[in-house]
Design a protein around this ligand. Structure first.
Ligand code: SF4
Ligand code: SF4
Length: 419
């Protein structure tokens, strides 16, 4: 196995292939706090890519209710249990050391085993093949909250800003993470899975795939799915014609994917970030994704301890117990929620840009506006300004302009009854 640097873990780790990085990486941020669980994203993906015979149980995008939901059923609990057993067998613990945080290790250093480091002799990554019954529905336990008083899972409620009912759940939106170190690609004995050098999108070559399902077994997020009619595996393709600007709607510039573009909750922001030869993000303080992930660090990777360096990031929910969230998003959770609850002027401006355009935003500017609110958040003073966020597409054209205070437009008297 080769040694590669994983900045989510703040250290080198073993991986099947030598370190190599795309020039740009497909990245998205999902704001869990805004999701209304409407499944419009799920339907849009299905209507675009998986509407054919043999794809009935295939949901490249799914939104599951945590802590009980999952597609396939219990996918994360099962892989976490396997990883815990591997730690016990090795006499190790899966600890993070946040005191070692720095520019190349924003969340500190993970001292535990990743799925590739915990792999058995016959596999590239720790994994399991879910039985058919666990794929039979896309949203097991939808809208199911924890039982009153909310602590029967043994999860401490510390840090949860719950209302009077001590119960909780939240929606977790899931697509393929187009990982920097994809376990699916490492697992494939046919080398049918590849990461594109131009945008880091991970694809399965349908002509090479023989349906061995090693990717289904070893992707910790369970995002490759088997299709019985073709006897191949398929997965999210990141709507690559839109990313490539070859979609007829794109007018020559990269667009966000279908699941991002349709979201009524305005929770998703998707783009391309420039990557250096050693895998670091090129410093770009005017890129909205750089601001969210690297500068403000309000958006965090899902289960970074798996070690695939996933490229979908989440703003964690404010109301769920912190111990649960730390297991899911790593040690950056407390800081991320604190910064999201009392956002800086730049962060508040960037949060306006979600779902303002189908074009990918490559740069933003902030026009400063007047002070509109002075209050306290978490016992500390906080001011809100009516700043304006302006987004620009790949050709530098303005494609979005949103102020923090939403303007009110009054319908003229002669059109009072018109729709
Ligand atoms: S989420 Fe799974 S399928 Fe997607 S790139 Fe990562 S390992 Fe591969
Ligand atoms: S479309 Fe948006 S708000 Fe609706 S479930 Fe999907 S991510 Fe959540």
């Amino acid at each position: 196995m080769a040694e590669v640097f994983n900045w989510h873990l703040g250290r080198k780790m073993t991986y099947a292939f030598d370190e190599a990085h795309p020039q740009r990486q497909f990245v998205a941020v999902f704001n869990i706090n805004r999701c209304i669980g409407c499944q419009t994203c799920t339907g849009a993906c299905k209507a675009t890519w998986t509407f054919s015979k043999g794809q009935e149980y295939m949901w490249w995008n799914n939104v599951e209710s945590k802590p009980y939901g999952g597609y396939p059923q219990h996918w994360d609990i099962k892989i976490l249990q396997l990883l815990e057993a591997a730690h016990q067998a090795a006499g190790r613990s899966a600890e993070w050391d946040p005191s070692k945080a720095g520019p190349t290790a924003p969340y500190g250093v993970y001292d535990g085993l990743t799925i590739s480091e915990a792999a058995g002799a016959e596999e590239q990554a720790l994994g399991y093949l879910p039985p058919d019954a666990e794929w039979r529905a896309p949203n097991f336990y939808e809208d199911t909250s924890t039982a009153y008083p909310g602590d029967r899972l043994g999860i401490s409620l510390e840090g949860a800003s719950l209302p009077e009912h001590q119960t909780w759940f939240f929606y977790l939106q899931r697509i393929c993470n187009h990982c920097t170190y994809p376990a699916c690609a490492a697992a494939c004995p046919r080398h049918a899975i590849y990461k594109r050098p131009e945008d880091g999108i991970v694809l399965i070559d349908q002509a090479r795939c023989r349906g061995y399902r090693k990717c289904v077994e070893q992707c910790p997020y369970k995002k490759p799915m088997y299709r019985g009619t073709t006897r191949t595996s398929e997965k999210c393709v990141a709507c690559y014609p839109r990313v490539e600007a070859s979609d007829p709607l794109s007018e020559g510039v990269p667009m966000e994917t279908r699941c991002m573009a349709v979201c009524p909750g305005k929770i998703r922001l998707n783009g391309l970030v420039d990557v250096t030869a050693d895998g670091a993000w090129v410093e770009a303080p005017d890129h909205p994704l750089y601001t969210l992930v690297r500068q403000e660090q309000v958006a965090l990777p899902l289960y970074p301890q798996f070690g695939t360096e996933p490229n979908i990031y989440y703003i964690p929910p404010r109301w769920a117990p912190r111990a649960y969230l730390r297991q899911m998003f790593g040690p950056g959770v407390d800081q991320a929620i604190a910064r999201y609850a009392a956002p800086s002027r730049r962060l508040l401006a960037v949060l306006q840009l979600f779902r303002t355009t189908q074009r990918m935003i490559f740069r933003y500017e902030v026009e400063e506006g007047p002070l509109v609110l002075e209050t306290e958040v978490g016992g500390l003073p906080w001011q809100m300004y009516d700043d304006t966020a302006i987004g620009f597409d790949a050709q530098g054209r303005e494609v979005a302009r949103l102020s923090v205070i939403e303007p009110i437009y009054e319908r003229p008297a002669e059109r009072v009854n018109s729709i």
